[in-house]
Design a protein around this ligand. Structure first.
Ligand SMILES: NC(=O)C1=CN([C@@H]2O[C@H](COP(=O)(O)OP(=O)(O)OC[C@H]3O[C@@H](n4cnc5c(N)ncnc54)[C@H](O)[C@@H]3O)[C@@H](O)[C@H]2O)C=CC1
Ligand SMILES: O=C(O)C(=O)COP(=O)(O)O
Length: 634
């Protein structure tokens, strides 16, 4: 751990909405007015007065007195408030207790709140009681609050300034707070820097005048290179979620303390290049194309989450070269695609789409002509991966004979039979269904020639990727009657958002089911994906585990114990591990665990070390030739 301490700098910290997540006096009012018929109204009046004072929009001292007169509290309410405040300490203060305890002589809490509830809270985190400056209540004999100690400088306007002047601190003074009165310490010249603290509340007027904005205490400590609990402040980790991913994903990242931006649709390349600049994690679905240019614009990107199965929309090679790990959800929507394929196959073989359209025009055409059962028919699967095999099982349960063609050797499930060529499959199948992945080489693998190889009156389905089928050839095969019915869920060109129009040569053809790429769009699948993908991403970010990544060497790591973890991603060239080890030896770094995995492009080394190291050691590690990315977990 970098062991810089505050000496000789002092930090002055505000209490309400900084040290804790809430305003103590507002909460005291809430407790004291329990059962009062006008409670909500009075508490709101108090909150409004607090806000006005904090924003510098009214005299602080006047507001304080008006708030006290409205709240009608007593000592027992204060006890309850202290209990409550213990649960509302700001997360980043809670995390950095060790810093507070180690620097207790250089930390002051200066607040216009009240000592009666501030002292018990801040001293529990290591602040010295004699370093707490705040107002004090005056109670009557029954313990009812009847006023405030008027002799206390903090009870008057400009109180914090008078107080800080009286402390006569020699050295730099940094103020951390969320309110305008905290800024005034800087304005008065008594403090060198003012850090607007926005973890709990963001007051634009205060942020505007601040020297720095700290979204957490970790950010303050990071910026000042002070010892802290997070190697890089989580509040600075920006997550961009596109294409309306499930709310569970937003929550997972927010709960982690990350900054989340949510966009309903996809973005085009230019927009993406702009938005991705300072993003650490991006979540996409099938419509966002992550090109080389997009990746080159991403200065901080650590990981990409494909909230779907396909990853053909991502330039995986460039991502790997740049040390960006990619994760997807390989099984979460498999079943949804299978169910849709089964439903569509039955509707098409019974000619239901045409019949239904006729009925809507008032035409009653009851006839069995051209209408069949799926039982006993031959289903030809092109691609026998997760979806192909699952469809195989369900189709067999309906009495179909299943045949498949795959470019790699696959275990046949149930009674499914493997055929040796695509042509053989197309020659025999009554229903042809596409389930190949979206690699570039699969472009137009079904075209004019392939349709000619199919049986007359075949049912054709594509729920895989749009570019695998030549659309004009399919349209012609439908018009000629070669294809009796088709279901198409994916298209070479798909609208980016629901506001864009859909155009295709297939529009208007009979017995054709067109759907807007919703094979995997069920509530179940989206919720599964919404939990699964953030889980993988967070494991990678927080622990370094790359298990399940589609482009990184896969490593499943134990939880980080009482050590620091170095994550080193490098080009897969000989000698990197040896160089790293010589640096560890030179700096007498005690290694408690080491893991290495490589793939064709990169090597991923993870080293757990005991907690003492120097900045020079880090610089040497970063300078090892071939280093793509280096980060450290505390
Ligand atoms: N419509 C939708 O909403 C959804 C579409 N998909 C798409 O479905 C497809 C299949 O998904 P999974 O089964 O999960 O993928 P997978 O990767 O498990 O299976 C793909 C299979 O296709 C085989 N294959 C690749 N190229 C081939 C070729 N030219 N000829 C024959 N076999 C070939 C592979 O060897 C592999 O066994 C993917 O393209 C995926 O993106 C997936 C989910 C939802
Ligand atoms: O999972 C896939 O590969 C899909 O095609 C589904 O994509 P989507 O999440 O609906 O954009």
């Amino acid at each position: 751990m970098l062991t810089q301490t505050l000496n000789p700098t002092y930090i002055v910290i505000d209490f309400d909405s900084t040290f804790t997540k809430v305003e103590g006096l507002d909460e005291l009012a809430h407790i004291a007015l329990a059962g009062h018929p006008d409670r909500e109204n009075l508490v709101q009046q108090i909150r409004d007065l607090t806000d006005k004072g904090m924003n510098g929009e009214m005299s602080f001292a006047d507001g304080l007195r008006r708030r006290i007169s409205l709240l009608s509290g007593n000592r027992s309410h204060i006890d309850l408030l202290i209990e409550y405040l213990r649960t509302k300490i700001s997360d980043s203060f809670q995390r950095n207790k060790a810093f507070i305890a180690d620097n207790t002589d250089h930390i002051y809490v200066v607040s216009s709140g009240f000592k009666e509830f501030i002292v018990p809270i801040v001293t529990e985190l290591g602040v010295r009681e004699d370093h707490v400056f705040a107002n004090e209540f005056i109670f009557d004999a029954d313990g009812t609050i009847i006023g405030i100690d008027e002799a206390n400088v903090l009870a008057s306007d400009g109180g914090k300034i008078k107080l800080l002047r009286s402390l006569n601190l020699t050295g730099d003074v940094y103020v951390i707070g969320d309110g305008y009165t905290d800024y005034e310490l800087r304005e008065s010249g008594l403090a060198n820097r003012f850090y607007a603290f926005t973890e709990n509340v963001n007051r634009p007027r205060v942020v505007e005048v601040a020297d720095h904005v700290s979204g957490s205490l970790d950010e303050f400590l990071y910026d000042n290179r002070l010892s802290r609990s997070q190697s890089y402040p989580k509040s600075r980790i920006k997550v961009l979620l596109l294409e309306n991913v499930h709310p569970a994903a937003v929550k997972a990242f927010e709960d982690e303390g990350f900054k989340v931006e949510f966009v309903k649709g996809a973005l085009d390349e230019d927009e993406l290049c702009e938005r991705i600049k300072d993003v650490s994690i991006i979540g996409i679905r099938s419509k966002t194309i992550i090109t080389k240019r997009v990746l080159e614009s991403a200065n901080r990107l650590m990981a990409i989450g494909a909230f779907c199965i396909g990853t053909n929309q991502i330039d995986l090679e460039t991502a790997t070269e740049r040390g960006v790990a990619v994760f997807n959800a390989p099984y979460s929507n498999t079943r949804s695609v299978v169910e849709l394929a089964i439903g569509e196959m039955i509707l098409l073989i019974r000619n239901i789409v045409t019949k239904s359209n006729q009925m809507h025009q008032g035409i009653w055409d009851k006839s069995a002509n051209g209408s069949f059962e799926v039982r006993g028919k031959k289903l030809g699967l092109v691609g026998y991966g997760n979806i192909g095999t699952q469809l195989s099982v369900v189709a067999e349960a309906l009495g179909m004979e299943v045949y498949f063609y795959d470019v790699v050797e696959k275990l046949a499930i149930g009674n499914a039979r493997k055929v040796r060529s695509l042509e053989e499959l197309l020659n025999l199948a009554d229903v042809v269904s596409m389930h190949v992945d979206g690699r570039k080489e699969n472009t137009n693998i079904i075209g004019k020639k392939e349709f000619e190889q199919m049986k007359d009156g075949v049912i054709f389905m594509n729920l895989a990727r749009g570019h695998v089928v030549d659309i004009p050839a399919l349209a012609e095969a439908i018009r000629s009657g070669k294809v009796a019915g088709a279901a198409v869920d994916v298209f070479p060109k798909e609208p980016k958002t629901n506001d864009e129009a859909f155009e295709s040569e297939l529009v208007g053809l009979s017995n054709v089911i067109l759907s807007p790429h919703i094979g995997g769009s069920t509530e179940e699948a989206q919720a599964n994906i919404g939990y699964f993908v953030p889980g993988k991403l967070l494991e990678y970010i927080n622990n370094g585990s790359s298990y399940g990544s589609v482009n990184f060497p896969e490593v499943q790591l134990p939880k980080l114990g009482d050590s620091h973890r170095l994550l080193h991603i490098h080009a897969n060239v000989p000698g990197v591990l040896a160089k790293l080890n010589s640096i560890f030896a030179k700096h007498h770094i005690n290694i408690t665990g080491q893991y290495l995995k490589t793939n064709e492009q990169i090597g991923y080394v993870i080293v757990d070390i005991s907690k003492t190291y120097t900045e020079e050691f880090i610089q040497e590690i970063k300078a090892v030739e071939g280093t793509i990315r280096f980060r450290m977990l505390y």
